[in-house]
Design a protein around this ligand. Structure first.
Ligand SMILES: Nc1ncnc2c1ncn2[C@@H]1O[C@H](COP(=O)(O)OP(=O)(O)OP(=O)(O)O)[C@@H](O)[C@H]1O
Ligand SMILES: [Mg+2]
Length: 326
């Protein structure tokens, strides 16, 4: 599983707006291996969606300004023309979103819009396209697929629409599927079914998955490795079991403590005090310092370096020699 198919290096995304410049993604680097499932977790506004939209180049520039490298195999996606990028988007790398209604065209039948994806990327006949679409609808376990072909998105339930989206995103057998909160809009049982389905498709096609969520339960169930984002940075990343058993960054520790624990018959939810700093005015030092019980002058004045130990990396001064000496 070690072949790295995606390498994001020093990704920086700024939005130039009338209020100033928002630094939404700050020096983000990570890689993804073939067949690997990577989770990106972090609270609202931490830059998860902006990071993933940068990968398939869905951000408008301007207002966005993107720099860094996004290597898919040896191709830097950020250097491609829009026309060249279309060969990758939806074909080599696909994305599914929280609300499938937004991505599905309400005016076309499921059959038409799914076939269209194949016509864009491959030379297939109408009959072939129909067969491939039907096969994929069966793979995602949509009942009576022939009937679905003639239906419009509004005729399907939320869970069915998300299955259609997943089927559509997998039609061209992409190497990477980016799932941005794919189950948030669904009720709990349907959520579990969709996660099972994604796991199964990952096994069947060896598709790498980037799963974006603010739900640590989804992370625990689903992914191999986790990156925790805070104010546009990856503050910690580790294999999933390691992250849950030995969280290092004070923010990660706070997130894990915020998971409701059953105490007798009372449910106790801890929250992290304070608020995320504005992306328009990020502090010089660690962005978490104002909420961190360990923060000292070192943290307030300087960016913490990345400390790496085997597969576990953390950006926090607590794990540096300077800290130990202070
Ligand atoms: N077009 C834009 N113009 C200005 N700021 C933007 C734009 N798009 C995103 N941002 C800002 O970038 C930051 C990161 O947004 P992003 O959508 O990546 O957050 P997220 O981690 O996906 O959050 P959520 O969990 O709510 O989906 C946010 O503060 C957002 O307001
Ligand atoms: Mg988002």
């Amino acid at each position: 599983m070690n072949e790295e198919i995606l390498q994001v290096r020093d990704l920086l995304v700024k939005f130039h707006t009338k209020y100033g410049t928002a630094s939404a993604v700050n020096h983000v680097s990570f890689s993804l291996a073939r067949g690997e499932k990577l989770g990106i977790v972090g609270e609202s506004g931490s830059g998860k969606s902006v990071t993933s939209k940068s990968i398939i180049r869905l951000l408008q520039t301007p207002p966005a300004e993107i720099s860094g490298e996004i290597l898919f195999h040896d191709t830097d996606l950020l250097r491609l023309s829009e026309k060249a990028m279309q060969h990758y988007r939806g074909n080599k790398i696909s994305m599914i979103f929280q609300e499938p209604m937004v991505s599905l065209n309400p005016l076309y039948t499921i059959g038409n819009q799914m076939s269209e994806v194949l016509f864009i990327h491959e030379k297939v006949s109408k009959a072939e396209a129909r067969e491939r679409v039907l096969a994929m609808l069966r793979t995602v376990e949509i009942p009576s697929p022939e009937e679905r072909l003639r239906q419009y998105p509004f005729e399907l339930s939320g869970g069915m629409r998300q299955r259609v989206m997943i089927a559509m995103s997998l039609l061209c057998h992409p190497e990477i599927l980016i799932a941005d909160e794919p189950t948030t809009a669904l009720d709990v049982t349907i959520q579990a079914q969709i996660l099972d389905l994604l796991n199964e498709l990952n096994r069947k096609f060896n598709t790498s998955i980037i799963m974006i969520t603010h739900d640590l339960g989804v992370i625990a169930e689903m992914v191999d490795r986790v990156a925790v984002m805070y104010a546009g940075r990856i503050v910690e990343s580790a294999p999933v079991k390691e992250l849950f058993s030995h969280p290092q960054h004070p923010y990660t520790i706070g997130l894990l403590n915020a998971i409701p624990k059953m105490k007798g018959d009372r449910e106790k939810l801890e929250t992290i005090e304070g608020t995320v700093p504005s992306l328009y005015q990020l502090p010089e030092g660690c962005a978490f310092a104002n909420r961190c019980t360990y923060a000292c002058s070192l943290c307030r004045g300087n960016q913490p370096p990345e400390i790496r130990q085997e597969g576990h990396s953390v950006r926090c001064f607590r794990y540096t020699d300077e800290w130990k000496e202070s």
